[in-house]
Design a protein around this ligand. Structure first.
Ligand code: 5AD
Ligand code: SF4
Length: 497
C-alpha cells in the first residue's frame, strides 16, 4: 500500500509505551527504528503524540490492567483531540485480539506478536480514518492541518481500503533484518534476540500461547548483527530468549548449540561483556558451565529461575526439575565460578501451595543465597493448564508470603552488595543516576547497581570503581580510573560535582 519512501511522514508523531520484559523493550527499539526509517517522528511524551502504541505484556493480570487503565485515560483525553490513534501490540494484542477492538472503542488497531511489521501501515490507515472523521475545534485545528498535509497522499487509498485493523496469528517471520534497524537509546548496550517463543508450557504461563513455539534465529544472522553492533561501538550484549539453553534444537542438524554460539560471540572484538536471559534450569549443560568459567567476557551473573522450592508445586507447574536437581546445578556453577551471582524468579500462591510448600521455598532461597530475585504473586491466566486448578490461596495470603520472601531476599541482596565494599570493581557506566542527576550510575559484572561521582563523558565506558558503602539496593563508590588507563586524566573534570 502506501509508498513510505517520499518521507512525508515526519510531521506524524508516534509515542511507544512499553510494558513487561526485555523482549518487549527490544520489540519497542526495533519498532522505533522501523518507524523512524519509514519517516515517522518518535516522541517520548504521549501528550504530544498523534499515535500512541502500547507494547504489552500478559504474564500477569496486573500488567494487562495497567495497559487498559492507561489506554482508558488516553481515550478520555481524546475528547480534545479525537484524531489521536491508540494502537496495541505485544502479548496482550495476540491473546485478546478482536476483543480489544470491541466495547469501548479504545484501540484503533491490534497487531499481534508476529505482526509488528504491519504497524506503520496500520498507524497510517487508522490515522486517516480518524483525521477524516474528527470534528475540528480550536483545540485540534492546528494538529488536523498538520496531519492533513502529511496524510494527503495516502488519504484516498487508506479510506477506500477495506484493510483490517486487526492482525494476529503466528507467522514464521524472518529474523534479523528488522532488528538491525533497532533504535537503541544507549548504543554501547544492546539486547539481541536469539530465539522467539517458548515450547515449555509451564502450567501457569501464557508465553507459549502469546509468542508461539520456540523458533531459533540462525547463528549467522545473530553473529553478523553482533559484528555490526561491535563496529558501531557496542560493548555489552544481552542475548535474549525465553529458554536460551535450548537454542538451536529446532534448527537443522549441525547448527550451533547455545554454548557454541556464545563461544563465537565472545570472539568478536569490541564486545567486552556478554549476558544472556533466560537460562532454564532443566537444560543448562556442563558445556555451558565450563564455557562460562573459562570465558571472561561472560558476566558473573546468571538468571536461573527456580519458581518454587517445593517439588510438589514444581511438578504441578510442569517445571521439569526437582529442587535437588536444581541445587546440583547450582553446586556445579559455584564450583566452576565461586564469584557467580545468581538471580531467580519465584511465584508465591500457586494453586494448592501450602504453608509447608512456601516454607520450602523460603529455605531454598536462603540456601541458594540469591543475589536477587524477581518475586511474583500467582496470577491465573486464562487458557493455561493451571487455570483449571482452583486459585485457592487468598490474595491477602499471597501478599503476606510475597512480603516475607521480599524481606528475606532484601537481606540477601544487601549482604551481596556489602561483600563488595572495599574492593575495586569494573563498572560499565550506564548514565546519570535517576535519583540524583549529578552522579553517575553503572553496573558491575554481577549486575550490582553502583553510584559514584564522575564526569558524564564516562557514560558508556568501563571504569574502575572503589566500593565504599552499600545500601540495600545500591553500592556507592569512587571512580579510580578508566579501565586500561593508569588514572583519570584530569581529576577535576571527573569529579563531576
Ligand atoms: N503468575 C505469576 N507469575 C508468573 N510468571 C509467569 N507466569 C506467571 C503467572 N501466571 C513469572 C515467572 C516467570 C516470570 C517471567 O514471570 O516467574 O519466570
Ligand atoms: Fe513461560 Fe515456562 Fe516458557 Fe518461561 S519456560 S516463558 S515460564 S512457559
Amino acid at each position: 500500500m502506501a509508498d513510505f519512501s517520499a518521507n512525508l511522514l515526519a510531521p506524524i508523531k508516534v509515542c511507544l509505551l512499553t510494558y513487561g520484559c526485555q523482549m518487549n523493550i527490544l520489540d519497542s527499539q526495533v519498532l522505533s527504528g522501523n518507524l523512524t526509517r519509514q519517516g515517522f517522528t518518535i516522541v517520548e511524551d504521549e501528550s504530544e503524540a498523534d499515535a500512541v502504541i502500547f507494547i504489552t505484556c500478559s504474564v500477569r493480570d496486573l500488567a494487562e490492567r495497567k495497559v487498559l487503565g492507561k489506554a482508558g485515560k488516553l481515550n478520555v483525553k481524546r475528547r480534545r483531540r479525537p484524531e489521536v490513534v491508540l494502537g496495541v501490540t505485544g502479548c496482550m494484542a495476540e491473546l485478546k485480539g478482536e476483543e480489544l477492538l470491541e466495547g469501548k472503542n479504545v484501540f484503533d488497531f491490534v497487531a499481534g506478536t508476529h505482526k509488528r511489521h504491519l504497524i506503520p501501515e496500520m498507524i497510517l490507515r487508522a490515522l486517516c480514518r480518524r483525521v477524516a472523521a474528527a470534528e475540528v475545534t480550536a483545540a485540534n485545528a492546528e494538529h488536523i492541518e498538520r496531519l492533513g498535509k502529511a496524510l494527503a497522499p495516502y488519504m484516498e487509498e487508506c479510506l477506500a481500503s477495506e484493510g483490517s485493523l486487526l492482525a494476529v496469528g503466528k507467522d514464521p517471520m524472518s529474523f534479523g533484518l528488522d532488528e538491525l534497524e533497532a533504535m537503541r537509546p544507549r548504543p554501547w548496550q544492546a539486547f539481541v534476540e536469539i530465539m522467539r517463543g517458548c515450547s515449555n508450557f509451564c502450567s501457569y504461563c501464557v508465553v507459549p500461547y502469546a509468542r508461539g513455539p520456540e523458533v531459533s534465529r540462525p547463528a549467522e544472522s545473530i553473529l553478523s548483527e553482533l559484528r555490526a553492533l561491535a563496529v558501531s561501538g557496542c560493548v555489552e550484549v544481552t542475548l535474549l530468549g525465553q529458554n536460551v539453553n535450548s537454542y538451536g534444537k529446532d534448527l537443522p542438524a549441525g547448527s550451533m548449540s547455545f554454548p557454541e554460539l556464545l563461544k563465537e560471540a565472545a570472539k568478536i572484538e569490541g564486545i567486552k561483556w556478554l549476558r544472556f536471559v533466560t537460562s532454564n534450569p532443566q537444560d543448562i549443560s556442563d558445556e555451558l558451565i565450563s564455557l562460562m568459567a573459562s570465558e571472561k567476557k561472560i558476566c558473573r551473573y546468571l538468571h536461573f529461575p527456580l519458581q518454587s522450592g517445593s517439588n510438589r508445586i514444581l511438578k504441578m507447574m510442569n517445571r521439569k526439575y526437582t529442587l535437588e536437581g536444581y541445587l546440583e546445578k547450582v553446586a556445579k556453577l559455584r564450583a566452576a565460578m565461586p564469584d557467580l551471582w545468581l538471580a531467580g524468579d519465584l511465584i508465591v500462591g500457586f494453586p494448592g501451595e501450602t504453608l509447608e510448600d512456601f516454607g520450602e521455598t523460603l529455605r531454598a532461597v536462603e540456601k541458594i543465597d540469591y543475589a536477587n530475585n524477581f518475586l511474583f504473586k500467582y496470577s491465573e491466566r486464562p487458557g493455561t493448564a493451571a487455570a483449571r486448578l482452583k486459585d485457592d490461596v487468598p490474595l491477602e495470603e499471597k501478599k503476606r508470603r510475597h512480603a516475607e520472601l521480599m524481606a528475606l531476599q532484601g537481606r540477601l541482596t544487601h549482604e551481596h552488595l556489602k561483600s563488595l565494599v572495599g574492593t575495586i570493581q569494573e563498572v560499565l557506566v550506564e548514565g546519570r543516576s535517576k535519583r540524583n542527576r549529578d552522579v553517575l550510575q553503572g553496573r558491575t559484572t554481577h549486575y550490582a547497581n553502583v553510584v559514584f561521582e564522575g564526569d558524564p563523558s564516562l557514560i558508556g565506558k568501563f571504569v574502575q570503581v572503589r566500593m565504599e558503602s552499600a545500601t540495600p539496593l545500591t553500592l556507592y563508590g569512587s571512580c579510580e580510573r578508566l579501565t586500561g588507563e593508569e588514572k583519570l586524566t584530569d581529576e577535576k573534570e571527573t569529579s563531576g560535582i
